[in-house]
Design a protein around this ligand. Structure first.
Ligand SMILES: *Cc1c(COP(=O)(O)O)cnc(C)c1O
Length: 413
């Protein structure tokens, strides 16, 4: 790479005098700053203002912004000139990554795609395909949970517990049954060997308020899935790859899923998703049953291999646990003093500050003014997702900023 290489997009002025925001479909309300640079947990605006980023692009940039490791992996991958080939052809990066994923989870086979929703969509299709190998045509139902989030496509939004996300797009995918986390009778009430194809759950519910599911409940689900011949799917799109303080959050218990879906942090910020499929389900799949143009491309796969080498290292995972202790310790006195915050929940570095009123958006906005970027998880939980390799001192710094933010919100009440 030559520093003097001409830029691919020349640095000319704006294409028109219109506010460029008008070109964006209005699905988000982004804050007004323009971010132009990132380094570790810091994001910097075009005005030189620095923010401590405790969103990590919603649990994606687990190694921080501008990670030297990710950068090197991208550069190495580009050496061979391969960005994309499609799944019509083999490349070593993709196959090696599949082997690596199976080694750190359970024996099985891997399907690659490009996002969390795509991974979950694929898992639902695989579950139905497998269910009907021996089961009747009626065996297509999916059991999902209150508080869940699995994505925004038709299948995944159908199994997501947020009415505002679902209702404008009805009718959705039929055959969805709802149950309650921690209440196995609510699962048994809707589970049936002739109807249930899948049970899907996040071992730590993310969007739904950072709620760890008790490991014993996952074990109970394993038993119900076995009784019904249904596929148990763990969605670790957000909590996977050491964010929970274990490589995968399901490893806090002893239950194994039939499929594990992953995405967000897997390729250091490049889009990628994957489903790890246990052999019995995998054997029901034939060429042509499902597919993707981009999934498992050589560039993203190479980068994911590098990320995986880092986040699976036991000393890295220990580092996440240490940071958890430090951060939770720094937050405890803040909760103690606050009239709004009632506790901290979650595991590792996926943490939620629980409020006693639906004021998460106010706290996120106040923290923003203090130079700390956070994201809500429902109306009364503020989610904190720092990079997993963050400087420990910055955890204290974030806690200070959060304390000031809470104080302003409380003063305004
Ligand atoms: C973010 C998320 C998804 C959806 O992932 P996308 O990449 O946004 O499609 C699915 N499941 C969980 C648990 C998530 O947090």
């Amino acid at each position: 790479m030559h520093a003097d290489t001409a830029k691919a997009v020349p640095d000319v002025g704006p294409a028109s005098t219109d506010d460029p925001r008008h070109a964006m479909l209005g699905l988000y309300r982004p804050s007004p700053e323009l971010f132009v640079r990132g380094e570790g947990p810091w994001l910097e605006t075009d005005q030189g203002q620095r923010f401590l980023d405790f969103t990590s692009g919603i649990a994606v940039t687990a190694l921080g912004h501008g990670s030297p490791l990710v950068r090197r992996a991208i550069e190495d991958a580009l050496e061979c000139g391969l960005i994309h080939t499609s799944n019509l052809f083999r490349t070593p990066a993709c196959e090696q990554l599949a082997l690596q994923l199976v080694e750190v989870t359970f024996p099985g086979k891997v399907f690659f795609c490009n996002s969390g929703a795509e991974a979950n969509e694929a898992s639902l299709k695989f579950a139905r395909r497998w269910a009907r190998v021996d089961g009747p045509h009626s065996k297509y139902e999916i059991i999902t949970f209150r508080g869940s989030f699995h994505g925004r496509m038709f299948g995944t939004v159908s199994i997501t517990d947020r009415a505002a996300y679902r209702e404008p797009f009805e009718p959705l995918v039929p055959g969805v049954q709802w149950a309650e986390v921690g209440n196995i009778e609510s699962v048994r009430a809707v589970a049936h060997p002739d109807r249930t194809a899948a049970i899907i759950i996040e071992p730590i519910q993310g969007e739904g308020g950072v709620m760890p599911v008790p490991p014993a409940f996952l074990t109970e689900l394993r038993a119900v899935a076995d009784e019904c011949g249904a596929a148990l799917i763990f969605d670790e799109v957000q909590c996977g790859f050491s964010r929970s303080g274990r490589l995968f959050a399901y490893q806090y218990g002893d239950a194994l899923p039939d499929m594990l879906t992953v995405a967000k942090p897997i390729a250091g910020g490049l889009p990628m998703g994957a489903v790890i499929v246990a052999p019995h389900v995998a054997s029901a799949m034939q060429p042509g049953d499902h597919g993707t143009t981009f999934g498992g491309g050589p560039l993203v796969s190479s980068v994911a291999r590098a990320v995986l080498c880092t986040v699976t290292d036991p000393s890295f995972i220990e580092g996440v646990q240490k940071r958890h202790e430090r951060f939770v310790g720094a937050l405890a006195p803040i909760v103690e003093q606050s009239s709004l915050a009632t506790g901290v929940r979650g595991r590792g570095l996926i943490l939620g500050l629980k409020l006693n009123a639906p004021r998460a958006a106010d706290v996120v906005a106040a923290a923003h003014r203090e130079g700390l970027l956070l994201v809500g998880a429902g109306p009364d939980v503020v989610r904190m997702l720092p990079p997993l390799n963050i400087d420990e001192d910055l955890l204290d710094e974030a806690a200070h900023r959060l304390a000031r933010a809470l104080a302003t919100v409380e003063a305004a009440a």
